[in-house]
Design a binder for this molecule. Structure first.
Ligand SMILES: NC(=O)c1ccc[n+]([C@@H]2O[C@H](COP(=O)([O-])OP(=O)(O)OC[C@H]3O[C@@H](n4cnc5c(N)ncnc54)[C@H](O)[C@@H]3O)[C@@H](O)[C@H]2O)c1
Length: 413
């Protein structure tokens, strides 16, 4: 099967969204146009497992414009924008994605991409890379290398490396400064507010918002909630991050305490079991709970859904769960990445930076794979810097250059 999407007729709407995104992704557009003449991906197949959003469509069509045969599925069963999937399929991208997939359907879509025999994989959360390593049907596939988009995927890919089982080099796009400082922080910060607002449409001002985790995502979410007038509480396990949150003027307390006083809870850790049974039972009546970490393991939704005397969808992406103790807990997007499920994910301007890193890292693997070891590695510094310069140029921001005397000063003892 060359593609499978929900409704091919949505392609027209998807095209409009693609055009809107591309016109706000100038860095990526410039990168594609700069490389187009040399057709660097001519004759190769690329496999993508990313959230199928309007921003992703710019990356995928860009890869096709550079000569690749492109195959794609979603990196999450709940986040596909069906109009975009339809548009991609209409443009000859082999697309296997629709929203609200079962686990079996999600798995099937990843397999369809791998059946096209891509030689470089671009993943978001490592599901495709895990399959390419451990599924008997794909573990012999010839793959030159891969790139990984998010923190949660990096943790998994490093675990494979630690076991000595990594069979090709993996570039961690997530760790590029021009990715995590902007995409994880500003992108997730803004789109989390968007997702929670669309789901609940309640006032942020005056509410106590509990942000679990003060990494790049947590920092962005905390800052944006503060900007909306909320009293922000941070929970952490890392002493340095906790200190940073404290110095940034947030209240830092353990989750057992925060659970009793919070109005809105947003998990941003990439770790499991952040909001557990004991926390849920001690929450105030009417508390809203959601997650923006990559996997739906941060909130114990199993306990919440199985131990409620009634569960009903009160608004799209908002379930009212009435616990046996009579308290109502509102669950956003079933505990899945709320900014992508209840909203549209990151805005195009930040994704332009992340995806420029992706495109240039794929090109780096293609050119250098023979010299690269089967290791997990960062985005080459030159690429990260190039993306920063491109981003500044796109925003018409000019900076100073070091003088010769300053360069000498820097290298003298
Ligand atoms: N929703 C999105 O669009 C989006 C975008 C980027 C990243 N992510 C995901 O968000 C998650 C966080 O990403 P990040 O880049 O901020 O990672 P990070 O590693 O920078 O930060 C995670 C933080 O969580 C803290 N933490 C871990 N266990 C904890 C616990 N039990 N209680 C409290 N804090 C705890 C860590 O100490 C760390 O400071 C990952 O799953 C990542 O894949 C989602």
């Amino acid at each position: 099967m060359l593609s499978k999407v929900k409704n091919p007729k949505l392609a027209k709407q998807g095209k409009l969204s693609y055009e809107w995104a591309r016109s706000h992704m100038q860095i990526l557009d410039n990168t594609i146009n700069r490389l187009k003449k040399s057709q660097p991906f001519k004759g190769i197949t690329l496999g993508f497992c990313l959230h199928i959003t309007k921003e992703t469509s710019v990356l995928l069509l860009g890869a096709k414009e550079l000569g690749a045969k492109v195959t794609a599925c979603s990196g999450n069963p709940l986040t596909t924008q069906d109009d975009i999937a339809a548009f991609l399929a209409s443009q000859g991208i082999h697309t296997y994605a629709w929203v609200d997939q079962t686990a079996k359907e999600y798995d099937w879509c990843i397999e369809q991409v791998l059946k096209h025999k891509p030689i470089i994989l671009t993943d978001d959360g490592a599901d495709m890379n895990v399959k390419a390593h451990f599924d008997k049907n794909f573990k012999k596939l010839k793959i030159l290398g891969a790139t990984e988009e998010t923190t949660a995927g990096v943790t998994r890919i490093k675990a494979i490396e630690k076991q000595g089982k990594l069979r090709y080099p993996v570039i961690v796009v997530n760790d590029a400064m021009t990715k995590q400082l902007f995409d994880n922080r500003y992108g997730t910060g803004q789109s989390t507010i968007d997702g929670f607002l669309r789901a609940m449409n309640l006032l942020f001002a005056s509410k106590r918002v509990v942000v679990a985790g003060y990494g790049w995502v947590g920092k962005g979410v905390a800052a944006r909630c503060k900007g909306m007038g909320s009293k922000v509480i941070v929970t952490e396990v890392d002493p340095v991050k906790a200190l940073e949150a404290h110095m940034d003027a947030f209240e830092v307390i353990p989750m057992v305490q925060a659970a009793k006083i919070g109005d809105i809870f947003i998990t941003c850790t990439g770790m499991r079991d952040i909001i557990r049974k004991e926390h849920l039972l001690s929450m105030k009546d009417g508390a809203v709970v959601g997650n923006v970490g990559h996997f739906d393991v941060e909130v114990d939704t199993k306990f919440l859904l199985n131990n409620s005397k009634s569960v009903r969808e009160i608004r799209p992406n908002l379930d009212e769960c009435i616990l046996k103790n009579g308290k109502r807990i509102y669950l956003v997007s079933k505990g899945r990445v709320a900014n992508l499920v209840a909203a549209e994910g990151h805005p195009p301007e930040v994704m332009a930076q992340s995806f420029s890193n992706q495109l240039l890292s794929i090109l780096h693997i293609l050119k250098n794979h023979k010299k690269m070891e089967n290791k997990v590695m960062g985005v080459p510094k030159a690429i990260d810097r190039q993306v920063a310069f491109d981003a500044l140029a796109a925003m018409d921001v000019k900076i100073d250059k070091l003088t010769k005397e300053q360069i000498d000063y820097k290298s003298s003892w």
